[in-house]
Design a protein around this ligand. Sequence first.
Ligand code: ZN
Length: 235
Amino acid sequence: MFVGHYSVAFACRTERNRIPLWVLFVAVQFLEYVWATLVLLGIEKLRVIKGFTAGSMLDSYFHPYSHSLITAVIWSVIAALIYKAVCSRPPFDSAQGRLSDDNKSAPLIIGLAVFSHWILDLIAHPRDLAIYDNRWKVGFGLWRYRDPEFALEVALLAGGIGLYLARNAMPAIRKGAVIAFGIALVIVQIGDTYVPRTPLSDKATAMGVWIFYTLFVVVAFAIEKIARRRQTNAP
Ligand SMILES: [Zn+2]
């Protein structure tokens, strides 16, 4: 699963919880950031094999700390606690992100967004997701079927963006920017799924995760920032 993860970020953001979209973009890929970091450190192991599955070249044969069910739950709780701690601190509790009655469920939403990564990976991955440590591996393997997997990614993303547009008040320019961002993500997914390329090394793949996913976070930040500035400038 790739851009489909971002559907959860778009779907979770409401006027009520006021969690910034960029924070949710980090949350839904939190396990992937942990994974890429551990691959770079040589702790988790990855092989990049052309044609490993129809939809992915990643043979992630040892990733018990980022992608086992137990550690996914632990990372979700940690992320929720970090969000709660940061939002309760002085510069934040008087700002828009404070945990008022309206958005006190925000840390729980962050935790669920982090955990959603494992659930969506479960659908796409071959049997490489351990329940505990490196044992009892599960995965429904939708990556073996390239077109249905691609269709699911795009359908999820479209659904998430639809909810985001429906549940958040915003000027037309932001609506346009969100839709353009969605189209850009679909193009990235087309490139990932259908454009043949030579496999990168494990470390280069992990570096790519850090660079591209962070770029998406920056775009998510910019989209909500520009629109807010225009709103406050409005008469
Ligand atoms: Zn993953």
